[in-house]
Design a protein around this ligand. Structure first.
Ligand SMILES: [Zn+2]
Ligand SMILES: [Zn+2]
Length: 369
């Protein structure tokens, strides 16, 4: 069938709406009419860092929409179902069976190679194939091919423009708190960078009764959102301009009674990651979530002497089939105020959405057909 997708034709180039041919659904596939897709930093980063031979490419991995057709081998999903799309996992390997679906043995092939396992692509145009299957969806498109393992069926009453980002950004932030760190009343948590992922982490921390939560960001507009969730805020640039003020590391240590129990970095800025490590308390744990840097430098003596842990997490160690419904319930209980964070843009304005995300004018841009 013909459909319209936002195609990136080369590394770092703009997203351009183009007519493409969509092939499928095959036996194990689900055809979804996309209603809305969240814009995640990962889309923008991947659209500039993939090797030149992986273009043209369609990104988009926070899709939500309505099922239009299902292949004969698909179970549990029916035509007309409303679905939130997330990342893929095989659901059969040892990691998947242990519930660690983000670390599936086939994760790379299923999510990042730009094609199906057999090398075919779901999209094409006259001049040839268009890379697809990004996170098993490539949902910057009016129609997308997804799979039973990455479709989460949701209540038809829900506004799909609000729940689309549950499939990646919000799940990553909330999952890092609820699954990975599990902070309690005696703990402190510092979130470095409070965009969509960081705010979701802070919202989740409030539900576990976390003692002190500190938000660090350069943008006051984002810090205001964090403060509304109960976080103490630190703006390093304001601090630097203050006469006689402590360093950001010392300020965070003050606020956390000598150093944080837990920290999350969403910035992927090497200097920030190092500060986040230094501001941990003894045996503190830092989880790095950002994509963008190739290497981090850590303070080795501080790490040894104080038994600190720096670790990564993909999607907050979440299983979307469990986490997406949990986020929906949190939102219904008033614990995840996504309306304050989301701004919708028509798909035609995807360039504006990318610019606004980059400039910090929007926490979570959601593209809508
Ligand atoms: Zn697996
Ligand atoms: Zn993402």
């Amino acid at each position: 069938m013909r459909t319209t997708a936002a195609v990136v034709n080369g590394p770092g180039q703009d997203f351009v709406l183009e007519d493409v041919e969509l092939e499928g659904p095959r036996a194990d596939e689900v055809l979804v009419r996309i209603v809305a897709t969240g814009l995640c930093h990962t889309d923008v980063t991947m659209a500039s860092m993939l090797p030149a031979e992986m273009y043209p490419n369609v990104f988009g991995h926070e899709g939500a929409g309505v099922v239009e057709a299902v292949g004969p081998d698909v179970t549990g999903i029916e035509v007309g179902d409303h679905v939130v799309l997330s990342f893929r996992s095989c659901r059969r390997c040892d990691r998947c069976r242990a519930g660690e679906v983000g670390y599936c043995d086939s994760s790379l092939l299923l999510n990042y190679m730009g094609m199906r396992m057999d090398g075919s692509t779901a999209y094409s145009r006259e001049s040839g194939p268009v890379f697809s299957n990004f996170f098993g969806q490539s949902s910057f498109s009016r129609h997308a091919i997804a799979y039973a393992d990455n479709c989460v069926v949701v209540d038809q009453e829900l506004d799909l423009t609000r729940v689309a980002p549950y499939g990646c950004g919000f799940q990553t932030g909330a999952g890092t708190v609820l699954n990975v760190l599990q902070p309690g009343p005696g703990d402190s948590l510092v979130v470095w960078g409070v965009g969509a992922v960081g705010l979701a982490a802070i919202a989740a921390a409030a539900t576990t009764g976390t003692g002190t939560v500190v938000a660090v960001d350069l943008m006051d507009s984002r810090l205001e959102q964090a403060a509304a969730l109960g976080a103490v805020v630190v703006n390093p640039s304001a601090l630097a301009a203050e006469e006689g003020a402590p360093s950001v590391v010392d300020r965070v240590k003050e606020l956390t009674g000598g150093g944080a129990t837990y920290a999350i970095d969403t910035t992927a800025v090497p200097a920030v990651v190092k500060q986040a490590q230094q501001a941990l308390g003894i045996r503190g744990v830092l989880v790095v979530l950002g994509l963008g840097a190739e290497e981090y430098q850590l303070d080795a003596i501080d790490m040894l002497q104080n038994g600190k842990v720096v670790k990564g997490s993909i999607e907050g160690d979440s299983d979307p089939q469990e986490m997406v419904p949990r986020l929906i319930a949190m939102n219904a209980a008033g614990e995840l105020p996504v309306d304050d964070w989301i701004r919708t843009y028509p798909f035609e304005e995807i360039g504006t959405a990318v610019a606004d995300l980059h400039d910090g004018k929007v926490v979570k841009a959601v593209l809508v057909w």
